[in-house]
Design a protein around this ligand. Sequence first.
Ligand SMILES: NC(=O)c1ccc[n+]([C@@H]2O[C@H](COP(=O)([O-])OP(=O)(O)OC[C@H]3O[C@@H](n4cnc5c(N)ncnc54)[C@H](O)[C@@H]3O)[C@@H](O)[C@H]2O)c1
Length: 364
Amino acid sequence: MRKIEIKVPGNSYPVFIGSNIFNRFHEFKIFRKYKSYFLIVDKGAYDNHTELINDFYNQLSEKKYLHLFEANEKNKSFEELKKILSLLIKNNFGRDTLLVSIGGGITGDISAFAASIFSRGIKYIQVPTTLLAMVDSSVGGKTGINFANTKNIVGTFYQPEQVLIDTVFLKTLPRVEQICGLGEIIKYALLIGDDFWGFVKHNLQMLLDMDKKIIEDVIQRCVQFKGDVVMNDEKEVTGLRKILNLGHTFAHAIEIEQKHSIKHGQAVIVGITCALHLSNKLHLLNDIGLEKYLPLLIKFNDEIKIQNFNSRKLYQLMKRDKKNRNEEIKFVLLQRAGQIAIDVEAEKEDVMYALENGLQYFKV
Ligand SMILES: NC(=O)c1ccc[n+]([C@@H]2O[C@H](COP(=O)([O-])OP(=O)(O)OC[C@H]3O[C@@H](n4cnc5c(N)ncnc54)[C@H](O)[C@@H]3O)[C@@H](O)[C@H]2O)c1
């Protein structure tokens, strides 16, 4: 089992990575520390791993509750948050409760948000069950829900007590969710640099075949990198953490404009493709760089389908992005793998150019 320590100001927590480690939960101190446990479990994960999750639940101390959550962007909402908070209150859970989130990024984000506001904050842990959640969303403490047609606009920064990454969950992950995880992995490859980019490219098939060592290496590399960024800019104030949003200004707008017919991780792939075109148009990324990085992004274009899109609406949606200041869209762009430019402003016509050029690979 591998262990990474995530350090944030005044706090630190472990991320454990391994195969078949969730069923060894007795070995983790945290499961002996609490008197009551409130589980929020992604229904997709539960249906595929019922016995494993039931075993875990049955062996917890007496006071416990299991809430099944249907993970989709529509349910990342105030309504579902209210249901969670009501269940916590109705069943007399207090501040001594450990909230355990088991699921993908949607389950993790809403669970963590509930933990951060219930009783002014209770402790929680993340047990990610999708590739995307393992390499990215389960670490770093960004919590939230969607509201007013805007992704993740209501939320908090609130770190977990522990993250337990068991790759056994990946065995049942549908192909589309693998591609979603790959979207964030490609993001990390571009953020980290050419050595990790080369590693991902070279081992792509083994990664999709869920090769145990490759997958753990990739998770470890992404989590370590994110941990280092979060350590230096936990609440996105110095600007460093913004690099994690590479491609996301485009991606969030695309998700909304396409009415969530494509998933977040797929939108990240399309969004990074647009971001690379914008980087090239603004002379940050040269033609050689663009040609080097594009093939991996468009490799799965027949599995990511963008319906008729409206570039003007996409542009308006991007103006709502949380990173913006004074109505100007602030982009995170690429100079080369490992070298990122933040807070880049662009003329509307250059953004339109990036949208048209980036989206063309994915049009139905
Ligand atoms: N907080 C952060 O830092 C952060 C970072 C990146 C993304 N996100 C958020 O994460 C979300 C996307 O997360 P996601 O890609 O994990 O999607 P998801 O949570 O929608 O899960 C994808 C699907 O897989 C199913 N599933 C989960 N585990 C499974 C398993 N082991 N086997 C079979 N099916 C399983 C789920 O039921 C769901 O239908 C987005 O809302 C995004 O905004 C947050």
